[in-house]
Design a protein around this ligand. Sequence first.
Ligand SMILES: *[C@@H]1O[C@H](CO)[C@@H](O)[C@H](O)[C@H]1NC(C)=O
Ligand SMILES: *[C@@H]1O[C@H](CO)[C@@H](O)[C@H](O)[C@H]1NC(C)=O
Ligand SMILES: *[C@@H]1O[C@H](CO)[C@@H](O)[C@H](O)[C@H]1NC(C)=O
Ligand SMILES: *[C@@H]1O[C@H](CO)[C@@H](O)[C@H](O)[C@H]1NC(C)=O
Ligand SMILES: *[C@@H]1O[C@H](CO)[C@@H](O)[C@H](O)[C@H]1NC(C)=O
Ligand SMILES: *[C@@H]1O[C@H](CO)[C@@H](O)[C@H](O)[C@H]1NC(C)=O
Ligand SMILES: *[C@@H]1O[C@H](CO)[C@@H](O)[C@H](O)[C@H]1NC(C)=O
Ligand SMILES: *[C@@H]1O[C@H](CO)[C@@H](O)[C@H](O)[C@H]1NC(C)=O
Ligand SMILES: *[C@@H]1O[C@H](CO)[C@@H](O)[C@H](O)[C@H]1NC(C)=O
Ligand SMILES: *[C@@H]1O[C@H](CO)[C@@H](O)[C@H](O)[C@H]1NC(C)=O
Ligand SMILES: *[C@@H]1O[C@H](CO)[C@@H](O)[C@H](O)[C@H]1NC(C)=O
Ligand SMILES: *[C@@H]1O[C@H](CO)[C@@H](O)[C@H](O)[C@H]1NC(C)=O
Length: 480
Amino acid sequence: MASYHLKLLVSFLVLIVFVLFSSLHHVSSSSTSPREEAHALLKWKDSLHGETPAALSSWVLPPIHANSSHHCRKWFGISCNKAGKVVEINLTNTGLVGTLNSFPFSNLSNLNRLDLSINQLSGPIPPSFGNLRNVTILDLNTNELFGSLPVEIGNMKSLVNLTLFDNNITGPIPLSLGNLTDLNILLLYKNKLSGSIPLEIGNLKSLVKIDLSENHLSGPIPPSLGNLRNVTILYLHANELSGSLPVEIGNMKSLMKLNLHDNNITGPIPLSLGNLTDLNKLILYNNQLSGSIPLEIGNLKSLVKIDLNRNHLTGPIPSSLGSLQNLTILYLVQNELSGSIPSKIKNLKSLVELSLAQNNLSGPIPPSLGNLQNLTLLSLMSNNLSGSIPQEGEQVVRPLCLARTKIFMVSKNQLISCSVASSKSRPSLNGEVACSSDLCWVVLNPKHNRGLFDGEDPTSKRLILFIKPTGDCRFAAKTP
Ligand SMILES: *[C@@H]1O[C@H](CO)[C@@H](O)[C@H](O)[C@H]1NC(C)=O
Ligand SMILES: *[C@@H]1O[C@H](CO)[C@@H](O)[C@H](O)[C@H]1NC(C)=O
Ligand SMILES: *[C@@H]1O[C@H](CO)[C@@H](O)[C@H](O)[C@H]1NC(C)=O
Ligand SMILES: *[C@@H]1O[C@H](CO)[C@@H](O)[C@H](O)[C@H]1NC(C)=O
Ligand SMILES: *[C@@H]1O[C@H](CO)[C@@H](O)[C@H](O)[C@H]1NC(C)=O
Ligand SMILES: *[C@@H]1O[C@H](CO)[C@@H](O)[C@H](O)[C@H]1NC(C)=O
Ligand SMILES: *[C@@H]1O[C@H](CO)[C@@H](O)[C@H](O)[C@H]1NC(C)=O
Ligand SMILES: *[C@@H]1O[C@H](CO)[C@@H](O)[C@H](O)[C@H]1NC(C)=O
Ligand SMILES: *[C@@H]1O[C@H](CO)[C@@H](O)[C@H](O)[C@H]1NC(C)=O
Ligand SMILES: *[C@@H]1O[C@H](CO)[C@@H](O)[C@H](O)[C@H]1NC(C)=O
Ligand SMILES: *[C@@H]1O[C@H](CO)[C@@H](O)[C@H](O)[C@H]1NC(C)=O
Ligand SMILES: *[C@@H]1O[C@H](CO)[C@@H](O)[C@H](O)[C@H]1NC(C)=O
């Protein structure tokens, strides 16, 4: 009987010891020791392909009796806290080749910054990276990562900067991204992301910079973006986005750069855009925008560049544009704009490039364009402009270095043809023809075109003519 009780007591004690041990074991595995962190990192190092990069030659085990935080002091790219736990790993541009499969995402509980950018890491981003709950900066840009973004990304609650651009990441942007409420910087450009931009992005109220450009994102631009009052840069260009521009974009009060070019966006430019008073670049070319250019754009006094090329915009060029004192570039090429060129354009004192080609503009070229002292590019071809070409005496041509050159607008779809009408014997134009997708130009150096530029500073002035990229280029270049 006594022996039975003894056995019971022993079993009980064994149980207690077991429970105690396993709970201790549990504590120790959820908080990896410094030495274990080093071992876990070495395991990843050993998984890398090819020769060990020079940067990692310092990653070796310490002598047996050395400090357990040897790696904190001796290993390249590693920083630790006072307790010897790794808080930062920065191996940017160190020639790493391999995968993230054995990266110890689960064992670096204090990791705050992880920068493995500009290497040749390939393969997928493992779901276990969601365990990096204290990471504020994750930068894996310019690698060869593929596969989709794990849903677990939504667990990285401390993330401030998420930078994954220039990889081959496919699939959708996980909705769980909407849980990363501290996110400031979201750079996913130059990947192969598809699907639509999650509405949940509107939860990320701390966002300052969003760049999702050069992916295969489709569907509409979520109206929830209007919640993001601190965003200064919104780049969604070169995707397959469709639908119309949400009115709510006008609520993004801090917006300075809006790039939505090369998508399939339809409908009008919302009037609310006129509320974005900090906007300095508005780049919407290569879409299917229709309707007229809102007068309200004239409120955007910070604008430096407007590019609305290749849309279906109709109606007149609003005179209100004349109040954009800082505008240097105004491109409205290949739309269906009509009416005359507003004379207020002469107020755009900072203008350097003005291209209104391939529209239905009519009426005369306002002689006041000659006030635009910094204008180096003026393209008006393929319109319905009429009237006589402003002459030298009217000061139009001087800033363009078009002295003694006459421009004839013939009619829509016809070139501005250039002919040199010098009172002297006509000199031949001596310059090279260059073409982009829909424009050609001839750059003439006065030094090589004497007779055209008599009295001009032969070192500084250049004549630039913009013409169509057909055989007509040659024609214009050869024009006597
Ligand atoms: C261990 O680290 C402490 C504090 O960083 C230092 O004072 C000591 O010299 C180190 N010991 C060895 C053997 O490196
Ligand atoms: C990593 O180091 C590079 C070069 O020293 C630096 O530019 C970069 O900001 C660092 N990354 C992080 C996350 O601190
Ligand atoms: C690393 O984390 C994994 C998963 O939590 C765990 O199984 C493993 O024991 C840890 N490794 C070390 C060395 O702590
Ligand atoms: C992680 O961050 C949380 C909240 O910021 C903090 O309370 C916790 O102590 C951190 N954990 C570690 C292991 O640093
Ligand atoms: C992405 O994949 C394509 C084809 O699979 C490959 O040609 C390209 O180099 C890859 N790019 C990156 C950044 O890994
Ligand atoms: C995040 O990135 C931005 C720009 O790249 C940088 O200015 C900022 O300091 C980074 N945030 C942190 C917490 O380092
Ligand atoms: C994270 O996001 C997902 C998907 O939006 C959601 O279902 C989940 O409840 C969120 N989790 C937390 C903790 O916010
Ligand atoms: C937005 O920016 C302001 C000013 O920088 C800052 O005080 C505020 O906290 C930011 N809002 C969010 C949600 O991050
Ligand atoms: C835009 O839509 C048209 C017709 O629906 C399609 O042919 C074209 O590929 C799309 N372009 C882009 C950039 O998505
Ligand atoms: C924003 O723009 C719309 C349309 O122009 C206007 O009705 C609204 O009052 C503006 N809101 C603010 C806050 O300026
Ligand atoms: C226009 O540019 C000048 C000089 O760069 C700058 O000081 C001024 O603030 C700008 N005006 C607006 C409305 O942004
Ligand atoms: C014209 O260009 C010059 C040289 O770039 C610059 O200093 C000047 O401010 C510009 N004028 C205007 C009105 O923008």
